[in-house]
Design a protein around this ligand. Structure first.
Ligand code: COA
Length: 382
C-alpha cells in the first residue's frame, strides 16, 4: 500500500481509465476531439456536428446530421410542469444550482428505464443536450421578471439559445461566436466534472443523476466558476493602466495569490482555446464595440507572463470567455451554465464510454486516522 506522501494530490498524472474521446498535449497547446483539432472544429464545424462526433466517434454524414438537428429540435421544449418547478426557485439562487435541480427534475419527467438499453441512453442523451439551453434560459428570464420563451424552431442550437435568453435572433457573427464557444467548451478529457460524471455513471445511476452531479462539480470556482471570477477581477482592476499596480499589490499581500483564468493542470503554455476565442471575439467586438475589460485582460496577460510564464501559468479558456459573454449582454452568473450547455456533450460521451465495459469506481484510500480507540460512554464524558 502507498504511503500518504506518495499519493499525488488531485490525482495529478494518475491514469484512471482508457478513453478515445479527446486528447490534450499541454506542452504543445494541442486539443483534439476524436483526433480532429479543436481549432478547426471551432472555425468550420457546428456545435451539433461536434456533439455527434464526440458521442459517436466519427463525423456524421449529411443525412445523419440533418436527422440529428431534427431530433434535437424535437426535444428542446421541456414539460410545462418543469417550468413551474423553475418558477418556484428563488430568483436570488445561483443559476448553476437552478440548473442542477432542473436536470435532476428532468429525469423525473422523462425517466430512463435502464442504462443497459442503448436506445434509451441515446434518447436521454438527445433530451439532455436539447433541454439544457431551455432550462438555463428559463431561469435567466424568470428571475429578470420575464416569461420563458418557447424554443425557435428555425434556429440552430447556438442561435436558439441566444434567442431564448433575449427574445431576439443573434447576428451571424454573434451566433458564430456562441457556437464556437460551445464547441471549445464541449470536451476536455478527465477534468473534475467529467470524472464526476464517469464516477456517478459507473454506479449505473440514470443519465440525469449523472449529468446533475457533473453540473455540481462544474460549479466550483477552481473549475467552471473561474470565468465569473475573471470578470469580477477585471472589474476590480478597472483600467488597463491599473493592471500592474493591482497585480503588484495582490502578490505583495499574498505570495501564493492566484490570478483567475490563468494556469491549468494540463496546459503549460497558452490554452489553444483561449487563442481561438480571442480571434472570434475580436470579430464580434468589431461589430459591437470593444469592451474596456478586454483591454484590461490583454494588459493583465502581458504583466503576468514575465512573472508566471516560467511556471507554465498562462491564460486558460476562461480568461477571455467571460469578456465575450458579457459583451453580448449575458449576465456574469450565466457564464458557467453556458459552460454546462456545452460540456454536456463531453459528459455524455464519457458516460457512454464508461458504460461500455463498466466497473464501478472504488479507489483505495490510505488511512491516516486513529486506531484502537476505546469507546467512552456518554455519562463518563465531560
Ligand atoms: N496565478 C498565479 N499562480 C498560479 C496560478 C494562477 N492562476 N495557477 C497556478 N499558479 C502557480 C501555483 O501557485 C504554483 O506555484 P508554486 O510552484 O510556486 O507553488 C504553480 O503555479 C503550479 O500550480 P498548481 O496549483 O500546482 O496547479 P494546479 O494544476 O494544481 O491547478 C488550477 C490548476 C487551474 C486549479 C490553478 O492554475 C488555478 O487555481 N487557476 C485559477 C483558477 C482557474 O482559472 N481555473 C479554471 C481552470 S480551466
Amino acid at each position: 500500500m502507498s504511503s500518504p506522501s506518495e499519493i499525488p494530490a488531485g490525482l495529478a498524472d494518475v491514469p484512471v481509465a482508457k478513453s478515445a474521446i479527446s486528447i490534450i498535449d499541454g506542452k504543445r497547446a494541442l486539443l483534439s476531439y476524436r483526433g480532429i483539432a479543436v481549432e478547426q472544429l471551432a472555425k468550420d464545424s457546428s456545435f451539433e456536428e461536434t456533439t455527434w462526433l464526440l458521442l459517436k466517434g466519427d463525423l456524421p454524414t449529411q443525412r445523419q446530421l440533418a436527422d440529428f438537428h431534427h431530433e434535437l429540435r424535437q426535444r428542446r421544449k421541456v414539460h410545462y410542469k418543469l417550468i413551474e418547478v423553475i418558477k418556484n426557485f428563488p430568483a436570488t439562487g445561483h443559476p448553476m444550482d437552478a440548473l442542477q435541480c432542473s436536470v435532476s427534475a428532468l429525469g423525473m419527467f422523462y425517466p430512463t428505464r435502464s442504462v443497459s438499453d442503448n436506445a434509451a441512453n441515446w434518447e436521454a442523451s438527445l433530451r439532455l443536450i436539447a433541454s439544457l439551453p431551455t432550462l438555463v434560459a428559463a431561469f435567466a428570464r424568470l428571475r429578470r421578471g420575464e416569461l420563458p420563451l418557447d424554443p425557435h424552431p428555425d434556429l440552430d442550437h447556438a442561435g436558439n439559445f441566444y434567442y431564448m435568453l433575449f427574445g431576439r435572433e443573434p447576428s451571424p457573427s454573434v451566433r458564430k461566436v456562441i457556437d464556437a464557444c460551445l464547441i471549445l467548451h464541449a470536451e476536455h478529457g478527465f477534468n473534475a466534472s467529467t470524472f464526476t460524471a464517469r464516477v456517478t455513471g459507473s454506479s449505473l445511476a440514470n443519465p440525469y443523476a449523472t449529468i446533475s452531479a457533473a453540473v455540481g462539480s462544474l460549479s466550483g470556482p477552481l473549475h467552471g466558476g473561474a470565468n465569473e471570477e475573471v470578470l469580477e477581477m477585471l472589474s476590480e482592476i478597472g483600467t488597463a493602466a491599473n493592471a500592474k499596480p493591482w497585480l503588484d499589490a495582490k502578490r505583495a499581500a499574498n505570495p501564493s495569490f492566484k490570478v483567475m483564468g490563468m494556469g491549468h493542470r494540463v496546459y503549460k503554455v497558452k490554452d489553444p482555446r483561449a487563442t481561438v476565442l480571442q480571434e472570434l471575439a475580436e470579430r464580434v467586438f468589431a461589430e459591437t464595440s470593444r469592451p474596456a475589460k478586454y483591454d484590461v485582460a490583454l494588459e493583465l496577460e502581458k504583466q503576468c507572463i514575465p512573472i508566471y510564464g516560467a511556471k507554465g501559468v498562462y491564460p486558460n479558456v476562461d480568461f477571455y470567455s467571460g469578456v465575450v459573454y458579457s459583451s453580448l449582454g449575458i449576465e456574469t452568473d450565466i457564464f458557467t451554465p453556458i459552460f454546462a450547455v456545452a460540456r454536456v456533450a463531453g459528459w455524455l460521451a464519457h458516460w457512454l464510454e464508461q458504460l461500455n465495459g463498466n466497473r464501478i469506481y472504488r479507489p483505495e484510500q490510505v488511512y491516516v486516522g486513529n486506531t484502537d480507540v476505546p469507546y467512552v460512554s456518554l455519562d463518563k464524558r465531560p
